[in-house]
Ligand binder design. Structure first.
Ligand SMILES: [Fe+2]
Length: 188
């Protein structure tokens, strides 16, 4: 598979909706899929949280995977909606996020708890080096839409984040979004 010769191709991206043309692989996550991720209880598990639209190429180290993510606005308790977040299964694989519309915060953390947050807004490209877990948070009132490009064999390690959480949470404060320590973070 890794030696397959691919034909060049193009996709069209709607910056407002994140929809791709063609759009073969769409993953939809509801709040129910994020059960246990927020400090507060989820009151409406059927509410849509985010969709991922993936460009279909072989998931090999010589290809670049790419996808758009559309993260809905909203909060559970004081926490803004976020993606599950993950390390890459192959931890040293890097990724780029280009925000297309909306506004948010990209939370990145190392195994040892060191954390960096970066603003997400249209036109900003965030570089996520290998070894940094990453989660996007929609701090705005419209969908946060971003295009991600990553090495094809990066893979996903969701379990570590599901067990330990991120070291910080992003909540609505009196003067806008605030990054605070996560009281439930499990240190390694
Ligand atoms: Fe990733």
């Amino acid at each position: 598979m890794s030696d397959a010769l691919l034909e060049p191709f193009s996709v069209t991206i709607d910056f407002g909706t994140g929809a791709l043309v063609p759009d073969p692989d769409v993953l939809a996550r509801r709040l129910a899929d994020l059960d246990g991720y927020f400090l507060a209880d989820i009151t409406d598990p059927e509410v849509g949280a985010y969709t991922v639209h993936e460009v279909r190429v072989p998931k090999t180290g010589n290809n670049l995977l790419s996808s758009t993510t559309v993260l809905e606005p909203g909060k559970v308790g004081d926490e803004y909606f976020f993606t599950k977040g993950h390390f890459h299964a192959n931890r040293d694989r890097a990724e780029i996020y280009l925000t297309l519309s909306g506004e948010g915060v990209l939370v990145m953390a190392l195994d040892d708890g060191r954390t960096v947050t970066k603003e997400m807004r249209p036109g900003v490209a965030n570089y996520v080096p290998g070894h940094w877990a990453h989660r996007s948070v929609n701090t705005g009132t419209t969908p946060l839409v971003f295009y991600a490009v990553y090495i094809g064999d990066a893979g996903y390690d969701y379990a570590t984040i599901a067990e330990r959480g991120f070291p910080v949470i992003v909540v609505e404060g009196n003067d806008g979004p605030q990054v605070q320590p996560n009281p439930r973070y499990v240190t390694s």
